[in-house]
Design a protein. Structure first.
Lengths: 476, 361
């Protein structure tokens, strides 16, 4: 077995990691921004276009009525005004009905009926009077004579408005093209510089790789070798070794107190292992030793986790909770954030867009603006999953995802875990007590007891394994 | 029935775009309105010949000064979840620094604010690095100790703070080297600075940094798993609070013209903390309401009543009763009061509608 290359210059490495991450974030942002910007411009253009159309119709309506034949003209005006008057009587009529209902209880049916008849009669009389008045105002015209001037005016106005609308749309399209072009040009101008920065930093890091490719294994994404975690004499994890292949769903099971969560915490660096190594292939294709990283840096190499007990921020809306997941990917500096510059707004737009897409994909978009108070447990679990996906993970670590879910929700969860694996190209590493879920979704299952490995294999092999049965049920 | 060529049904459905409604929904709308009202109050005081009594504008000015410090405390306490009793001492430090500059040289006001802000950042970094290694009760004790140390330093005879006599007769500052301010016009400067800091506070709350602070105070393991560097954001919150406190000190000296050590006790820090907790949120609205209850009511109204003039301690008693009542009724802070007023109005309108017109078809 190849030994870890211990001659790595850590401060220098950290510097290069920072440079590479910065370049990578910018590249990712540049890739996503044009689509988001395009959607935003479209949205705004559509709104403005609608306003413009309304303005056009407002101008055309009186002109078109004036240009109608004499017999139709008055009929249209009469119908429109009468309709408006009837509409204005809607609320009073409803009020009468409501008062009628109240009067039945208070003053008896008879008085109520009297009141209603009187009120309705008054309203009807008003309507009749208005109709009569309108009849006087717009006597039925005779003949199909068309006012030539009015028609000409209408046609003139219609032509003007149509051309104006067309030119408005053309202007919008040109404006959109110009803005997108300038965005694309800026991105294209940045690309060589970012690529170079990324490649240089990456090359330096590759040169000081901790482990050579061959001994890590071509298909693996995570390799735990001789992991030890002692808590003042208690051996929570003792010399544990296993590999996780890229793209598989790996389940870690064991009786209570077997050290499953400790393994998780050693991978995500919440605990620094007493001994052993955790190797990982990061998103840039190189092999790194996770013990070289600090806890908050783990999410940047592409490992994202959920928690056994839900850890959501209850003062933020669901959408903002998801944005917390993208925290490490903002390039806006503190000054941008104090002053809310365009750069921060652009980035917020991109991440908000991604969050909405994710919520939509998991079917919980309806909850996006509410805080997590009082939402069903299944929904909150999905929010946590969506939040892990915000950080563009390559491996997701799920700590007892089925805890507290009912059977239907567990089935739903199994489906979502598969969706995440297939659609988002993630490897999934889960700890679970719910054997139904483990047996249903996992490709490989590893059983541990008292920090030592008992068995590893496909779900069927584990179910039939004698050692595992003994560990769970005890010996005879 | 004659049909028209174009479809005009949209024209009837869509009302005019409601610019007013849009403006009202803007997050800064309320603060702009408040600023304009406060401006009008002072204009009335200057030109209105006795409509507004002097002690009201004085009370507003003092409240605004403490609101500036309260905004920083709000971010520190309500967003980052850290409690500090050093606020009073930092306000004092701000006053002494500004007095030192104002007394000896002619400098534009913006420059003074900038110098004090930079100094505050440095002090915040140094003090934060020392004290933020610990949390909770231990942090409170450290800040309390710090406040006492600074208080004693102000009291010891030296030329910077003037010892037990304090500094006095500090000239009013000049804006841009030529615009001399007076006791009346400094009000507008204070108002402007407060509005600026309110905008910045809103920006902090609605940015990734604000969300990071909230998730950090909610759960440290969550924050770390999401890539949030705990020390960085704790330090940031501490620095913001220090800068706001010291700027509040600059405003204080430019209005009061004097500063004495006895003001900068941890009691003042406690008052500001109580104002923020009464407000119940880091949002400026909460800080404003809380400060109104704690400071304005005391300065503007109670000091007029003869009983409270004779027994100055009685106002503390009154304040205590008010605080107990408010906390008992609104444990989530007075900001809930705004929310419940809004909801109540909406519900009442809906009820009246239902009573008058019956359910919608």
């Amino acid at each position: 077995m190849a030994q870890k290359n211990n001659s790595v210059n850590k401060p220098a490495m950290r510097r290069f990691v920072k440079k590479r991450d910065k370049a990578y974030d910018s590249l990712i942002f540049n890739e996503k921004y044009p689509d988001v910007a395009c959607a935003l411009i479209d949205q705004k253009n559509l709104r403005l276009l609608k306003q413009r159309e309304l303005k056009m119709k407002k101008r055309l309506l009186p002109l078109e009525i004036a240009a109608l034949p004499a017999s139709d003209k008055n009929e249209v005006l009469f119908a429109r005004e009468l309709e408006a008057f009837k509409k204005s009587q809607d609320l009073p009529r409803r009020a009468v009905e409501q008062t009628h209902q109240r009067k039945i209880k208070k003053a008896g049916e008879l008085a109520a009926k009297q009141y209603r008849d009187g009120a309705v009669a008054r309203l009807d009389a008003a309507l009749a009077a208005k109709t009569e008045e309108l009849r006087q105002k717009y006597p039925g015209g005779v003949g199909s004579a068309v006012d030539k001037d009015a028609l000409a005016r209408y046609q003139q106005a219609e032509m003007e408005e149509t051309t104006a609308l067309e030119s408005f749309m053309a202007k919008q399209a040109a404006d959109k093209k110009r803005r997108l072009d300038s965005i694309n040009a800026r991105i294209a101008a940045q690309k060589p510089r970012l690529d170079e920065a990324f490649n240089t930093a990456n090359e330096k890091l590759r040169a000081s790789a901790v482990l050579d490719e061959a001994s890590f294994g071509k298909d693996n994404i995570l390799s735990i070798r001789g992991l030890k975690m002692y808590f003042s004499g208690i051996k929570a994890v003792d010399d544990l070794s296993f590999n996780i292949k890229k793209g598989e769903i790996f389940g870690l099971i064991g009786p209570n107190g077997a050290g499953k969560t400790t393994v998780f915490n050693c991978v995500t660096q919440f605990y620094k292992p007493t001994g052993g190594e955790v190797y990982y292939r990061d998103r840039y294709g190189g092999v790194v030793s996770l013990t070289d990283y600090k806890t908050p840096e783990i999410v940047k190499v592409g490992i994202s986790r959920t928690f056994q007990n839900l850890e959501l921020v209850y003062w933020l809306s669901i959408l903002d909770n998801l944005l917390v997941g993208a925290h490490g990917f903002y390039r806006a500096n503190l000054a941008d954030q104090f002053l809310h510059t365009g750069r921060l707004k652009r980035e917020e737009e991109v991440f908000r867009n991604r969050a909405i897409q994710l919520l939509d994909r998991l079917g919980i978009l309806a909850y996006k603006d509410v805080p997590p108070f009082g939402l069903p447990y299944g929904v909150l679990k999905k929010v946590e999953l969506a939040r892990t996906l915000m950080s563009l993970p390559r491996m997701i670590i799920l700590d007892e995802p089925a805890a507290g879910l009912n059977d239907a929700e567990t089935e739903d969860l199994a489906e979502i875990i598969r969706v995440i694996r297939d659609d988002f190209n993630c490897t999934i590493f889960l700890v679970e007590h719910d054997m139904n879920l483990v047996m249903a979704v996992c490709d490989t299952v590893c059983t541990i007891s008292f920090g030592k490995m008992l068995a590893m294999g496909s779900p069927e092999e584990i179910q039939n394994s004698k050692v595992v049965q003994e560990a769970y049920l005890g010996t005879e | 029935m004659v049909t028209l060529k174009n479809d005009y049904s949209e024209l009837e459905k869509t009302a005019k775009p409601k610019y007013a409604a849009k403006a009202v929904r803007h997050p800064l709308f309320g603060y702009i309105v408040l600023t304009l009202i406060l401006m009008a109050v002072q204009l009335l005081f200057i030109f209105g010949d006795g409509i507004i009594p002097l002690n009201v504008t004085q009370a507003i000015m003092q409240t605004m000064i403490y609101v500036v410090a309260g905004l920083g405390v709000g971010i520190l306490l309500m967003m980052a979840g850290l409690m500090s009793f050093g606020t009073g001492a930092f306000i004092g430090l701000g006053t002494y620094m500004a007095a030192y500059i104002l007394k000896d040289m002619v400098a534009p006001y913006t420059l003074i604010l900038a110098i004090v802000a930079v100094a505050a950042v440095l002090i915040g970094i140094v003090v934060g690095f020392i004290s933020l290694r610990v949390r909770g009760m231990h942090l409170i004790i450290i800040t309390l100790a710090l406040a006492t140390v600074l208080y004693t330093l102000y009291y010891l005879p030296n030329s910077f703070t003037g010892g037990a006599l304090g500094v006095s007769r500090v000239p009013f500052p000049e804006l841009f080297m030529f615009l001399k301010t007076s006791r009346d016009t400094i009000y507008f400067v204070i108002l402007f600075v407060m509005f600026l800091l309110i905008v910045i506070t809103m920006n902090i709350i609605n940015s990734p940094m604000g969300r990071a602070m909230l998730s950090m105070s909610n759960s440290e393991s969550l924050a770390q798993a999401m890539g949030i560097n705990l020390l960085k954001y704790r330090l940031l919150a501490f620095i913001v609070a220090t800068v706001f406190s010291m700027l509040s000190g600059v405003l204080y000296i430019s209005y009061m013209q004097s500063s004495i050590y006895a003001t900068w006790t941890s009691g003042l820090a406690m008052n500001i903390l109580i104002a923020v907790i009464l407000g119940g949120t880091a949002k400026p609205a909460g800080v404003l309401i809380g400060s109104f209850v704690i400071f304005t009511v005391d300065y503007a109204f109670l000091k007029n009543i003869e009983f409270f003039q004779k027994n100055p301690q009685a106002s503390l008693f009154f304040n205590g009763i008010v605080i107990i009542l408010i906390i008992a009724k609104y444990p989530g802070g007075l900001i809930r009061l705004l929310g419940s007023i809004r909801n109540g109005a909406k519900q009442t309108a809906a009820k009246v509608r239902l009573y008058r017109y019956g359910p919608e078809k």
